[in-house]
Design a protein around this ligand. Structure first.
Ligand code: NZQ
Ligand code: ZN
Length: 382
C-alpha cells in the first residue's frame, strides 16, 4: 500500500427532512448567497425548504449556474458576492452548481482572474465557507475539494482542487432527487461507476481493503442503478445510490492506491468541444480506454471481470474482453450510449482531442503515464 494522508472535513446530513439542519450549520448573522441552477429547485420544493431553514438570515439569490458551469457565470456571482458582502455560500442543486460555487469561494477574496485559479496558477490561501444541498447524485462534489469549470469562450473544460474547498457540510436528502429526469439518473450512475474505476482499475497495490470497498460500490451501482432508474421514488434504492455516489469520490477508496483519471481528461475535451453530458463522455471513452490499456491493466481487468461480473472461464484475453463488454452493456442498459456515432460524432474528433491535450502538456495520462496523444487518438478511433 502507498503512503497516504486522509482527511475529509465535510459533515454529511443524510436522509429525509435534513434540509432543516442548515439552520444549525450557518451562523445566524451570516450574509448568505443561495446559488442554484436553471430552476429545478423552484419546481420540486427544495427552494422552499431551504428558504424556510434559512429563516431571517440575510440572503441573496444567484440563479442560472448552468450544467458544465461557465467561468463567465462564476464571475457574475463573484461580483454579487462582493457587492453584497456575502460571507457564506450555499449551493443548492447538482454538481455544476456546487462546482461553480467552489470557484466563487476560491476567487472572491482574491484580486485575480478566476480562470487563473482554475488553471492552478493561483492557489487560494483563504476561501469563503461553503455548504451544499446536493440534488443530483453523481459527482461526489458534496464531499470533496474538486471543481470542474468550463470556459465557453475558448471551448475549454478544466478541473482544479484545494483542501480548502471541501464543503463544511452537505445535505443529502434522497427525496430531493426524485424529480430528476432519467437521463440525469443514468448519467449519475455512470459517473459514480467511472469514479470508482479511475481509482481501482489500475495495477495491484497490495490494497485488498480498498479493492473491496471499490468493488462493493461497483456491485451496488450495478444492482441499484436499473432499480432507481425504473422507480425514481423508491426511497431506499435512491438513498443507496446517493450514498454510493458520495463514497465513490470522497477520497476513501483513493487512499493508498494509484489513480488513473485519463478517461475523465479525455471526456472533458468531448464536453468542451461537442457539448456531450459528462456521463455520456465517460460511457464512450472508458470501454475503449480499457480495451486499449488491456496489457498494462491486465491483472486488475481480470480481477474486475471475475469479482464484478463473475467471469471465471476462458483465456485471460477472453475474460478481459468479456468484462469490458459487460460494463459497456451495463451503461447501454442504463440508457447511456457508448459509441461516438451515437452522439453524431465520428473518429475525426480523435486527432483534435489528442492535439488539444498535447498542446497543454497532457501527454502522459493514466496511472503509468502511458496514455500519450497517440494512445488518446487510438482510443477515440476505436
Ligand atoms: O440547473 P437545474 O435546473 O437545477 O437542472 C439541473 C441540470 O439541468 C438538473 N437537476 C439537478 N438536480 C435536479 C435536476 N433536475 C430535476 N431534479 C433535480 N433534483 O440536472 C441537470 C444537470 O445538472 P449538473 O449539476 O450539471 O449535473 P452533475 O451533478 O452531473 O454535474 C456535472 C458537472 O460536474 C463535473 C462535471 O464535469 C460537470 O461539469 N464533475 C465534478 C466533479 C467534482 N466536483 O468532483 C467530478 C466529476 O468527475 C465531474 O467531472
Ligand atoms: Zn466524473
Amino acid at each position: 500500500m502507498q503512503n497516504f494522508t486522509f482527511h475529509n472535513p465535510t459533515r454529511i446530513h443524510f436522509g429525509r427532512g435534513q434540509i432543516r439542519r442548515i439552520d444549525r450549520e450557518i451562523p445566524a448573522d451570516a450574509r448568505v448567497m443561495l446559488a442554484f441552477g436553471g430552476g429545478s429547485i423552484k419546481t420540486n420544493g427544495v427552494h422552499e425548504q431551504v428558504r424556510a431553514a434559512l429563516g431571517n438570515r440575510h440572503v441573496v439569490e444567484f440563479g442560472g449556474i448552468e450544467a458544465n458551469p461557465d467561468v463567465a457565470t462564476v464571475e457574475r456571482a463573484i461580483a454579487l458576492v462582493r457587492a453584497e458582502k456575502v460571507d457564506f455560500l450555499l449551493a443548492v442543486g447538482g454538481g455544476s452548481v456546487l462546482d461553480g460555487v467552489k470557484l466563487v469561494a476560491a476567487a472572491a477574496l482574491l484580486d485575480v482572474d478566476p480562470w487563473a485559479v482554475v488553471l492552478g496558477n493561483v492557489k487560494p490561501s483563504k476561501v469563503l465557507p461553503i455548504g451544499s444541498v446536493m440534488t443530483l447524485p453523481a459527482t461526489g462534489s458534496e464531499m470533496n475539494g474538486f471543481s470542474v469549470i468550463s470556459r465557453r469562450a475558448t471551448e475549454e473544460k478544466r478541473s482544479f482542487g484545494s483542501p480548502l474547498l471541501f464543503p463544511q457540510f452537505s445535505i443529502l436528502d434522497p427525496e430531493t432527487t426524485f424529480s430528476l429526469p432519467p437521463r440525469q439518473i443514468a448519467n449519475g450512475v455512470v459517473d459514480a461507476f467511472v469514479h470508482v474505476i479511475e481509482q481501482y482499475l489500475t495495477y495491484p497495490a497490495d490494497a485488498p481493503l480498498q479493492d473491496r470497498f471499490a468493488e462493493g460500490i461497483l456491485q451496488t451501482l450495478v444492482e441499484i442503478g436499473p432499480k432507481t432508474l425504473a422507480d425514481p421514488t423508491d426511497y431506499d434504492a435512491r438513498a443507496t445510490f446517493v450514498w454510493s455516489a458520495t463514497l465513490a469520490l470522497n477520497g476513501l477508496i483513493a487512499a493508498g492506491v494509484p489513480e488513473d483519471w485519463a478517461t475523465h481528461s479525455i471526456g472533458h475535451e468531448l464536453t468542451a468541444l461537442h457539448g456531450l453530458d459528462h456521463g455520456q463522455t465517460l460511457a464512450v471513452v472508458l470501454p475503449a480506454l480499457l480495451d486499449h490499456q488491456r496489457d498494462s491493466k491486465r491483472a486488475k481487468l481480470i480481477q474486475f471481470a471475475e469479482r464484478l461480473w463473475g467471469i471465471r472461464e476462458g483465456s485471460d484475453a477472453a475474460r478481459i474482453a468479456a468484462g469490458i463488454a459487460r460494463m459497456r452493456a451495463f451503461f447501454e442498459s442504463m440508457g447511456v450510449p457508448t459509441r461516438l456515432s451515437d452522439y453524431g460524432l465520428t473518429a475525426a474528433v480523435a486527432p483534435v482531442v489528442a492535439h488539444r491535450l498535447a498542446e497543454r502538456g497532457a501527454v502522459a495520462l493514466g496511472e503509468r503515464k502511458d496514455v500519450t496523444p497517440a494512445a488518446v487518438e487510438a482510443i477515440l478511433t476505436q
